[in-house]
Design a protein around this ligand. Sequence first.
Ligand code: AMP
Ligand code: ZN
Length: 155
Amino acid sequence: MGSHSGARAESEERAVSGCLFCQIARGERTSHTIFDKDGVVAFLDIFPCTPGHTLVIPRQHYATLAEMPAEEVGKLFQVAAMVAAKVQSALGAAGFNLGINNGKAAGQEVFHVHVHIIPRYPDDGGGSMKSVAHFKGKETVEQIAAKLRPSFAPS
Ligand code: AMP
Ligand code: ZN
């Protein structure tokens, strides 16, 4: 939690002092920031997969998506889509992948929510979202759907 105490301060600022991306959001660490408005910050990934690889973060600290209020998630993705379109156009990319590594199993290394925008170029050597994992189990799609539907049943 942040250095402030009390419910009011907490609702205004969620930050973790040792968090790399909180430090970037507060300007305490060098970054190549390209957008900073209304609580959302976009900066270039320091180890880019392709030219223009960008990270979009909420200024407030949330470790994973599950911690974020729905409106914040909405705002984050709205900005991410806008930034992605501008990055693609400015760099002459042919497309982009946009997504979150959410949780350790998904490859998350920095536990401050961030959306990756990876501009794509012809013959850049990358794959699609489908290349992140390979299902070798025996469950059918029908069986998996049956497991999931109760979670969405009206209460
Ligand atoms: P993830 O695996 O989704 O947690 O990705 C974390 C990303 O943060 C990686 O793509 C790193 O290259 C990137 N990264 C790590 N440190 C920095 C930094 N100081 N500035 C910008 N990007 C960083
Ligand atoms: Zn943080």
